[in-house]
Unconditional design. Structure first.
Length: 211
């Protein structure tokens, strides 16, 4: 809290020295690092030139009463999906009016009985498609890790029964991730097809390493 006060005092002093003709009432509150998002957004953002470089916000409606979605996207460089969600929050709060498709008007009659209007609502990131690709890549990587582990174990042991082999794979990989037994069985089948290992003659659950 004391840091917040010091920064505010420094800002006001600097403004009086360099911008005494600007009537700006400004205060800040410094939060701990754990309050901030862990992952910074990767979208670009064009800051309106009128805003002081210390704290910058998208205030396009300072100079316009009506803006289209395209104009807002051009002015801010925020992705359309995220921008639509932000605008929806402003419309829901009745700060903006959206009576025509892709047009957002400033509501001159906006009133609120609340001292503060909370617009800090969660925004869904564009991660659905990306997450699907990431999960697919992770699954592929894990599949090869399981196969490599089986080959390494079989090369050292020469022969092993099915159940001990599965348990040994789980033991060696568990520190990296929790392998699923069906995935290990699929990996064994794949290595049998590729002839890295083979079934011992006369058995169904004993494998031998193929040199």
């Amino acid at each position: 809290m004391s840091l917040s006060k010091d920064l505010t005092d420094q800002f006001k002093e600097r403004m009086q020295q360099n911008h005494d003709d600007m009537d700006i009432n400004f205060s800040i509150m410094v939060l701990g690092t754990n309050f901030w998002p862990l992952n910074a957004p990767n979208n670009d953002f064009i800051v309106p030139p009128e805003i002081l470089p210390t704290w910058r916000y998208c205030l396009q409606y300072n100079n316009h009463d009506t803006l289209s979605l395209e104009e807002l996207q051009t002015a801010t460089a925020i992705s359309k999906d995220i921008l639509v969600q932000v605008l929806s929050l402003l419309v829901k709060a009745k700060i903006l009016v959206n009576e025509e498709t892709d047009q957002y008007d400033l509501n001159p009659n906006f009133k609120s009985k609340k001292i503060r209007v909370n617009l800090n609502q969660p925004i869904k990131a564009e991660v659905k498609a990306e997450s699907s690709e990431v999960l697919k890549t992770v699954d592929e990587d894990r599949k090869y890790v399981i196969q490599a582990t089986i080959v390494r174990i079989m090369k050292a042991r020469k022969t092993m029964k099915n159940q001990p082999l599965i348990q040994e794979v789980i033991s060696q990989i568990s520190q990296r991730f929790a392998p699923k037994i069906p995935d290990i069985k699929k990996a064994i089948d794949t290595l049998l097809e590729k002839e890295y290992i083979e079934r011992v003659d006369g058995t169904r659950d004993t494998f031998a390493y193929v040199a």
